[in-house]
Ligand binder design. Sequence first.
Ligand code: BGC
Length: 327
Amino acid sequence: MGNLLSCANIRLGTRISEAVEKRIPIHHKCRNCGRKCDPSSPSNECVHAKYTRTGTKEQPAIIRSIVPDDRVPWSTPLDYSPLEFTAEKVLKSTKEYVDRDPRNDPNVVIPWNQDDRLCDRRSYHGKYEVVRGVPQNPCGRTGLTGRGHLGHFGPNHAADPIVTRWKRDQNNARVRHPTSGQPILQFVCIRRKDTDEFAIPGGMVEKKERATDTLRREFHEEVLNFPDLDENERETLMLTIKNIFENGGTRIYCGYVDDPRNTDNSWMETTVYNFHDEEAKHLALINVNAGSDATDAFWQDLDSKMPLFASHADFLRRVAALHNSHW
Ligand code: BGC
């Protein structure tokens, strides 16, 4: 395997390991902060307005109660009566992997803060509190109890692969940004089917899966497609990519994310890796194509002005800093 990687000119990054990131960022996208962020209001001034409404077409009237910025931590006093909401599709699910509500059924015992092998219920931020039978969001209040659209109480784990290459001109030279003068990185970007927003092609960790397996599976499912390669070339490239995903990534982040689906009892955490093709020898050659959960997939220049799903802009900012590229 080492040989294969050195033939493809790949420098190994941080080996995949699951170290803990202690800092928890404050959340905005799963909160109604009260600054006129009612999407139905004509004088709406809040950039996060669309997240105050968290229902579905079938259950439209779900609006989070107001939690001002300084009242997010559980330690600050607040006269707080959040709405309880769990989407119908979650409540009616018969999948073994979707939790049943232990508050409604004393026979439901969930091993909080543990990895029961079907599902890893540990948080990257250490032990979370279990209050009145269900986990408490370690990042504070969201204005909503229940699971919202998420299948698990507590952490719901995802994984995000950020695949990058340098933007190059016809002479294969790196293109620099006219304002910053820094070379421009490109990443594999998708448009999500569910929210129609631009995003990294990540996804949920499935039952019994490790986050590091999810990275490769999601990338395959969502975007992978090769330009005119014969079967042999395709097989070699697939093997190289498999090895890169297993050994060549650099960990960018793992932990809580500012996801619009988060509630007081359920939240998203993700593991983000950057897979970079410095010399345009392998990943850079991929001709991306939209797969299962995406309506579009393409190589996109990294730029701070691009609006992105959940915490994805924050992850890309870290990648830009890692490679000293334009942001
Ligand atoms: C997405 C990931 C994202 C995570 C947390 C998942 O549904 O597929 O890309 O990082 O949610 O927001």
